[in-house]
Design a protein around this ligand. Structure first.
Ligand SMILES: Nc1nc2c(c(=O)[nH]1)N[C@H]1C(S)=C(S)[C@@H](COP(=O)(O)OP(=O)(O)OC[C@H]3O[C@@H](n4cnc5c(=O)[nH]c(N)nc54)[C@H](O)[C@@H]3O)O[C@H]1N2
Ligand SMILES: Nc1nc2c(c(=O)[nH]1)N[C@H]1C(S)=C(S)[C@@H](COP(=O)(O)OP(=O)(O)OC[C@H]3O[C@@H](n4cnc5c(=O)[nH]c(N)nc54)[C@H](O)[C@@H]3O)O[C@H]1N2
Ligand code: SF4
Ligand SMILES: [Mo]
Length: 906
């Protein structure tokens, strides 16, 4: 039972991570901590949260925050900083024209932030050189939607995924990247086991744990796969001729293009067995209620837009769109990827889903804004934008809410471009990131928990982010920062007093001269006033005119589902092309690559968010995968002489990265997967963005981040190391000695994996350097025969840390060693135990953390299963609590149980 007092302080807000958009109840407590729980009333999650959402309370500390503006690294006041930004942008525009300046923004900004920045650039500066990390994320979906529907519309809702009889997941690792939607599907399947799930991914991911069928597709085989499906649907007479006839055009051309994709051709192009293809095609053909969910395996491709249209073609052909349990479903990545699209955040869009290429739209937006100008042509797309910076064409650049020196392809080139750019402004919440290092002016933004505004999730639902913490230091909301600069540049129309006023203008623009001609209309949310905005309940758009009371908007999807015409699009046609019809797009699969190189695939892990600036603050989240890795198939590893736990070098023509080898049968031979998360702050050798090529989709401009051609080889290390430290290690200081450095936060300190290519001549000297305390007392142990050296380091009787060095990958009980950092003096291990790297007592090492919520390790679960103490996920939960809170690790627990069963049967 909650205390009444606690309920009073409880604030309803929205998770700042993925596009599921879960409702969160945040309760600030008197001791400064914040209680976090899922909001049972929020229609996205109904009370659930995943591991990242559950750990939000651990990422709110101020220790790494940017709290004051700086110019050239020196603290200054806001007036000075804002004046510098305004005058420098003005000077560049005066001298070199409006296209000599640019903004690079983020799908993590709130709609209000995004709206103001767009208005400033497109309507007042008069350039469309404003692009966002959504170019790396959703651009192909946007382009595919516009080609097919005439608008960037996601037709369906989350409840469709529960109502479907077939859910196809292609290029989506939903279990890790949209865990709450995954859990909703898993729960629906548990109730209706006849519901089928197909996963299409080169890797057998955690998502496959609930799949009936996994198609291990060759990189970029998707267009061929869905062309083959279209052909099959026609052959089997499964098309909806009435729908196709009344609501679409271009069917014959699309079918002609698909004609040559017979089963054997598809099998060859995709590397999928014919039997599995037939099983998938038959399932799709006979299942009316089918949803196809897709994400970055589709979007981040040189054929990304064609992949999207190949999928949509199959849904149009069968009329399976906009009805309960049916439709193509592009699931969005960032919390406000959708909101960014609503305000026209990309360089080829205009506000409120209007088009920059359409003169009437331009006039309409300009008239509404009363602005002196309006961008007349599309601006630079992300990759081109940084190329223009490198070429010296951009004289002033403002980056907000994104970390491009990590997340852009050819990321080292982005760093060089920023270094060469005459003026770089960065707005961030964290002081030291790989990108803030290049800032001339650094602006402290308000973070989640402090800022106020709205985000739109994957199912078009607008939810409020509400503040529950005071603004720390001098931090300000992003919208207010953009508006201040606009005013200082002499522009009128930026006199907003609150986020609510910005939202109101955005809502009015969406319905301005709309009358059903544009999909995005939230006119019904205009005029709410301050209290209406404060109380606004999660609301799905469209909300045309003043139709409903948003404070009492439908509480659940099921209720909302009754008003099909309001919650879904296109069941009865009504597309946004001039003739009201959808377009089939004739698509041609890309020629298959013949290069004998590896395909380097990149993406996400369960408990980290992008460049780790926030999730990297949580010890709990960092315990799941404390080190960067490359997932590669056993055959490839054997061929290249790579043993498990070796280090590997992944290289392309752009750059190289060194990470740990994770040898697995879950990978396709010839394909290697490296997470995108590690940065110079955590593991400088593991920035995979430096390796990723900048090849991109010709229609959307989205980079093909999943398929860089490159090489893999063993990194031959002369020595390996593992350390635990009370303090954050200085990775730069030890760079000349240790080529490989990977740090992760732990309870009570840090852990660090190390390796060097050249022999370590002075190990004690290195230990001293690492712990950075010249007066420290160092206890050393050396095993000459094994070539290992171990150091335990103390200062004034307290443990500072320990360092273990070995010619082979270090075998120390890591979780045990890490636990020593959080034990108070006296309770910790003896010096002998510390040097041994394990406890003498009979306390086994729990192993890598599987369940973040309860801190349960892999060895504990495996031991329980091996002893016969549990044979199901539920039984493991009963015995160890693992998997019983957020449930994000349930698929991993199932995999441990299955692996144990295999061992038992061989
Ligand atoms: N834990 C966590 N969750 C996140 C994020 C995060 O950083 N961490 N980020 C959020 C964001 S912004 C986004 S965009 C989403 C991304 O969510 P997802 O798209 O689900 O995640 P990714 O890991 O990028 O890629 C998905 C899968 O595509 C597969 N793939 C690669 N190439 C191909 C191909 O040619 N065809 C097919 N069919 N599949 C392929 C990869 O093997 C990978 O498993 O996640 C969101 N959620
Ligand atoms: N190799 C590879 N690269 C990829 C991808 C991939 O799959 N593979 N995926 C791509 C995709 S889909 C995405 S979405 C991008 C994500 O990549 P990024 O956007 O670069 O990653 P984040 O770490 O989310 O960066 C957000 C930054 O904004 C800061 N921040 C947080 N809150 C606020 C705020 O309220 N205001 C301001 N001003 N700043 C804030 C954070 O501290 C952080 O520095 O990466 C892309 N890059
Ligand atoms: S699924 Fe997890 S990360 Fe995504 S919104 Fe919900 S709690 Fe946040
Ligand atoms: Mo994304």
């Amino acid at each position: 039972m909650k205390h009444a007092e606690e309920t009073a302080r409880e604030v309803k807000t929205t998770c700042p991570y993925c596009g599921v958009g879960c409702g969160v109840l945040a309760t600030p407590r008197p001791d400064g901590s914040v209680g976090i729980a899922g909001d049972p009333d929020h229609p996205a999650n109904f009370g659930r949260l995943c591991s990242k959402g559950s750990a939000l309370g651990e990422t709110l500390g101020l220790e790494e925050r940017l709290l004051h503006p700086t110019i050239g690294g020196e603290r200054c006041d806001w007036d000075t900083a804002l004046d510098r930004v305004a005058t420098t942008f003005q000077a560049a525009i005066a001298e070199h024209g409006p296209h000599s300046v640019a903004f690079y923004l983020s799908g993590q900004l709130l709609t209000e932030d995004y709206y103001v920045a767009n208005k400033l650039m497109k309507g007042f500066i008069g350039s469309a050189n404003i692009d966002t990390n959504s170019r790396l994320c959703m651009a192909s979906s946007v382009a595919g939607h516009k080609r097919a529907f005439g608008s960037d519309t996601v037709p369906g809702t989350y409840s469709d995924l529960e109502e479907a009889d077939l859910v196809v997941l292609t290029g989506s690792n939903l279990a890790w990247c949209h865990p709450v939607v995954y859990q909703r599907i898993a729960a629906a399947k548990a109730v209706r086991p006849q519901m089928k799930i197909v996963v299409i991914d080169p890797r057998r991911t955690a998502t496959c744990e609930i799949a009936d069928l996994h198609l291990p597709i060759r990189a970029d085989g998707d267009v061929a796969l869905f062309c083959g499906l279209l052909r099959h649907l026609v052959e089997e007479g499964a098309t909806d001729e009435v729908y196709v006839g009344e609501h679409t055009t271009g069917f014959a051309e699309a079918l002609a293009a698909a004609e040559r994709w017979r089963l054997s051709a598809v099998a060859e192009a995709t590397g999928i067995a014919k039997s599995a293809l037939t099983a998938f095609y038959d399932l799709f053909t006979r299942t009316g209620k089918a949803v196809t969910v897709y994400s970055q395996g589709v979007n981040q491709s040189a054929s990304g837009t064609d992949k999207v249209n190949a999928i949509i073609n199959c849904h149009l052909a069968t009329g399976r769109i906009g009805r309960p349990g049916m439709g193509p479903f592009s699931i969005t990545g960032q919390p406000n990827a959708m909101g960014g699209r609503e305000v026209g955040g990309l360089s080829n869009m205009l506000a409120a889903h209007m088009s920059i290429e359409d003169a009437a739209d331009r006039e309409r937006v300009q008239a509404f804004w009363g602005s002196p100008t309006i961008a007349a042509t599309p601006g630079l797309k992300a990759v081109e934008l940084f190329e223009a910076v490198a070429a010296g064409r951009i004289k002033a650049l403002w980056i907000a809410g994104t970390n491009p020196v990590v997340s852009m392809p050819d990321a080292d080139a982005v760093g060089r471009a920023l270094a060469a750019c005459p003026f770089v402004v960065v707005s961030d919440v964290i002081a030291r990131t790989d990108t803030t290092a290049y800032a001339d002016v650094l602006l402290p933004a308000a973070a989640w928990g402090e800022k106020n505004g709205t985000v739109t999730n994957s199912e078009r639902r607008i939810s409020r982010q509400r503040p529950f913490l005071p603004l720390p230091g001098e931090a300000r909301p992003d919208w207010a920062i953009f508006a201040s600069v606009a005013r200082r540049m002499g522009f009128f129309g930026f006199e907003y007093g609150s986020a609510g006023e910005v939202f109101d203008e955005h809502a009015r623009l969406s319905s301005y001269e709309n009358a059903g001609s544009r999909d995005f209309d939230i006119g019904g949310l205009a005029g709410l006033g301050a209290s209406g905005y404060d109380l606004m309940a999660p609301t799905q758009w469209p909300v045309r005119g003043a139709v409903r009371d948003p404070v009492r908007a439908p509480a659940t999807d099921r209720q909302a589902g009754r008003h099909t015409q309001e919650t879904r699009f296109f069941a009865e046609g009504g597309y946004f092309h001039a003739d009201g019809r959808a377009r089939f797009v004739a698509v041609e699969p890309p020629a298959s690559k013949t290069a004998p190189l590896f395909t380097i695939n990149t993406g996400r892990v369960r408990d980290q968010w992008h460049t780790m600036t926030r999730t990297g603050l949580s010890a709990r989240l960092s315990a799941h995968m404390p080190e960067p890795f490359a997932e590669l198939h056993g055959e490839d590893a054997a061929r290249l002489g790579i043993a498990p736990a070796d280090l590997v070098e992944i290289a392309s023509s752009h750059g190289r990265a060194v990470v740990r080898a994770l040898v697995t049968d879950r990978q396709r031979p010839g394909n290697v997967f490296v997470p995108m998360h590690w940065t110079a702050r955590f593991a400088p050798s593991a920035r995979i963005g430096a390796v990723a090529h900048a090849e991109r989709d010709p229609v959307s401009g989205q980079p093909a981040l999943k398929s860089t051609s490159g090489t893999v080889r063993r990194f031959s290390a002369a020595w390996h190391g593992f350390a635990i430290l009370k303090h954050r290690p200085d990775l730069e200081a030890i760079a000349p000695i240790a080529d490989y450095r990977a740090a992760a936060r732990t309870d009570g300190g840090w852990r660090l994996e190390l390796a060097g290519a050249r022999a370590l001549s002075d190990a004690p000297g290195f230990a001293r350097e690492l712990f950075g305390q010249p007066a420290a007392e160092i206890v050393a142990y050396r095993d000459r025969r094994a070539g290992t050296e171990r150091f335990a380091v103390f200062f004034e009787g307290e443990l500072l840390g320990a360092l273990y060095l070995s010619p082979e990958p270090v075998s120390v009980a890591r979780s045990w060693a890490v636990s020593q950092l959080s034990l108070a003096g006296g309770q910790g291990a003896s010096r002998a135990e510390l040097l041994a790297g394990r406890s003498r007592a009979d306390r086994p090492d729990p192993g890598a953390v599987v369940c973040s919520c309860f801190g349960v390790g892999i060895n504990e679960i495996a031991a329980l299963v091996a002893s016969g103490g549990a044979a199901s996920v539920e039984a493991v939960g009963k015995a160890l609590n693992a998997g019983t809170n957020c449930g994000s690790c349930r698929s991993e627990i199932r995999a441990i149980i299955e692996a144990a069963c295999v061992e038992a049967t061989v």
